[in-house]
Each structure stands twice: as C-alpha cells, then as structure tokens.
Design a protein around this ligand. Structure first.
Ligand SMILES: NC(=O)C1=CN([C@@H]2O[C@H](COP(=O)(O)OP(=O)(O)OC[C@H]3O[C@@H](n4cnc5c(N)ncnc54)[C@H](O)[C@@H]3O)[C@@H](O)[C@H]2O)C=CC1
Ligand SMILES: [Mg+2]
Length: 315
C-alpha cells in the first residue's frame, strides 16, 4: 500500500517501476484479452515485451509514460495499463494473439482477479482521455507519471480522478425480495434497484428516494452490506444495502421511465435462479427464465445474503 503511494508521489520511482513492471493493454478503452475455453484472460505484458512491440510498430519507448498505475503485487511488481489506440488494432491483435474486446461484453467471463483490475484501468484511462484540458483556463493539463492526478500548470489546479457514488439496494418485505430490470438488461436478467446519489444526499436518503422513485415503496429500515467499483457507463462506487418495507405496504408501482419491470420473488424462485448459469435461457413458452447477476457482481452478493438471512429466520 505504501509502495503504491510512493509511486504516485514520486515520478522518478514510478519511471523505474514502469521499466520493470507489467502492462494490461487497451485499444480505445477495449481491453486486450485472450480466450481460453469459455473464459477470457487478460495477459500481463512485461515491460521488455512491450518495448519490443512499440519498436516494431515504430513507436517511441516514451509511450510507456502514457500508462497509468493500477496496482502492484505483494512483491512490489507494479501493474500498469496502457491504451494503444493510436496504433492499428488488427496488427497488435495478430502480434499478441488475442483481441481487444468491449469490456462490457467480456466482463462476466473474466477471471475473478482480472475483472477489478481491468475495471479500474478502464475507468482511469477514460478519465485521463476526457480530462486533457483545465475546465477553468482551457489550457492542457499534464498527468503525473502514475496517472493518479492531472495538473494545470497555468494556475496550479490539481484534478483527481472522479467516480460517482451509486446505491444498489435489495428490498425485502420480510418473505420476498424485490428484483427489477431495465429494458437494456439481457433477456430474463433481474437485479437489485440502483441509483446515483444526488449532491448533498446521505446514502440513507438516496436509498429512500430511489426506492420511492423507482417502485413507489417506502423504506422501513436499511443497512449497509459492502461496496464495489463499477466501470459502466463511467466510474461508479456501488454501495450495496439491504432495505425492508412494511409487509402491509408492498404494492409495487413501477416507474416505467426507468424500469421495464419490478416484481416480488419468493425464496424458492431466487434459490432456483441462483443455481442457473448467468445467461439468457428461453423456456418452452417463449419466455425467459429468471437469472441473476454473476457471482462477483455486488448485486449477486446482496441476493446471496438475503437468501442466507431467510434460511436463518425463525419460521
Ligand atoms: N450491478 C448491478 O446489478 C446493477 C448496476 N447498475 C449500475 O448502477 C448505476 C446507476 O443505475 P441507474 O439505474 O442507471 O441510475 P439512476 O436510477 O440514478 O438513473 C439514471 C439517471 O440518473 C441521472 N443521473 C444522476 N446522476 C448521474 C451520474 N452521475 N451519472 C449518470 N447519470 C446520472 C441521469 O439522468 C440518468 O439517466 C449504473 O452505473 C448502472 O450500470 C444498475 C443496475 C444493476
Ligand atoms: Mg435506477
């Protein structure tokens, strides 16, 4: 942890780390992946291999300094991410034997270790790409070597990467849980309710407002569970909570502007859905079976916790 802080603060040390570290590659924010069976793996390219590739494609090795620091191993081997968007995509793909794939498409087939790192890397690369100019002076900003900030040297303003807090809430009425879907979700997939925090709100206020806005219910009690970084559509910090509503006041009024559907599901239905593969499954009647976000999505964790809690409740 302290080594990461040193790399962020000291450009010289970070430059050394870039020359011995490993790199996740991107092309216009699509991560470089290799397919192994049904899984996608994100290979880490060594600094020497990357320099060889840059040389082959007639790039200056200074290009390494465009990378951003995304973490380090227990042995202090630093991980970076570099976007090669200025190079021909297909040439790099054939050189490295893999493809640049939209993160959203590959996200759920990624290895558990790769997903959070790629998610952070994409968010950071996107932030740098969209913050090249100072919003006060209009002058170019410069990133520090690690990419943990950008500075406008005209007036000294420092910009730090941003993320938006989002609350994701699993609502229960005591015996059932409420799951919803947006029209953009894959067929049959339902998840917990999610919404961005407004400026000035506490998390508790966001939970109450979002539940009221999206399904017309009043929250009785709520508690925090865990949090997760979420890269789509920009960088969000997903703050996961459980909430209860009064069993007598559980009539859902779906806000059709935000959701396609929202329904109460029984414990049995949820347990059965958790056993299914997280992908669309068409039934004989043409409808799609209920399926839930994959294991390491925080919504999945909320649902698992609810199931556990139901099983330990007195009948
Ligand atoms: N892991 C999961 O299962 C789920 C994750 N999500 C994620 O949660 C996030 C929020 O969910 P939504 O239901 O879309 O939010 P939402 O319920 O707040 O509605 C989105 C609307 O909020 C407004 N908005 C306010 N602040 C915003 C900001 N900082 N960025 C973008 N829009 C803002 C916009 O008008 C936008 O159309 C999204 O990033 C989505 O990808 C959403 C549902 C399930
Ligand atoms: Mg929402």
């Amino acid at each position: 942890m302290r080594y990461l802080l040193e790399l962020k603060e000291d450009d010289g040390l970070c430059r050394q780390a870039q020359n011995s570290g490993t790199f996740y590659l991107f092309h216009n924010l699509f991560p470089f992946l290799q397919k192994v069976g049904s899984k996608h793996l994100a290979p880490q390219i060594s600094a020497s291999e990357l320099k060889r590739i840059l040389k082959k494609f007639k790039q200056n090795k200074q290009k390494l300094e465009d990378s951003v620091l995304i973490g380090c191993s227990d042995e202090c081997m630093a991980y970076f991410a570099l976007d090669l968007g200025s190079l021909e995509k297909m040439d790099i793909e054939s050189e490295l034997k893999g493809s640049f794939i939209e993160l959203r498409k590959a996200f759920f087939q990624l290895d558990g270790k790769d997903a959070p790192l790629l998610s952070l890397a994409q968010a950071l690369l996107r932030w740098h790409d969209t913050h090249k100019y100072c919003s006060k002076t209009g002058q170019p900003t410069q990133k520090n070597l690690a990419g943990s900030k950008r500075v406008c040297h005209t007036n000294g303003i420092i910009y730090y990467p941003q993320m938006s807090p989002v609350v994701i809430t699993l609502v229960s009425d005591g015996s059932r849980c409420l799951l919803a879907r947006q029209a953009s979700f894959p067929q049959g997939m339902y998840s917990a309710l999610a919404g961005f925090c407004d400026v000035g709100e506490t998390l508790e206020e966001t939970v109450r407002r979002e539940v009221a806005e999206e399904v017309g219910l009043e929250v009785e009690s709520m508690w925090y569970s865990a949090s997760q970084h979420w890269p789509f559509p920009n960088s969000s910090l997903m703050i996961a909570c459980h909430a209860t509503v009064w069993p007598q006041q559980n009539e859902i009024r779906v806000n059709k502007l935000e959701l396609e559907a929202a329904t109460w599901f029984s414990l049995e239905e949820v347990v059965e859905a958790l056993r299914r593969e997280p992908r669309p499954l068409k039934q004989e009647d043409g409808r799609f079976s209920l399926w839930l976000p994959p294991k390491w999505a925080i919504a999945h964790q909320l649902i698992q916790e609810w199931v556990k809690q139901q099983s330990t409740m007195p009948a």
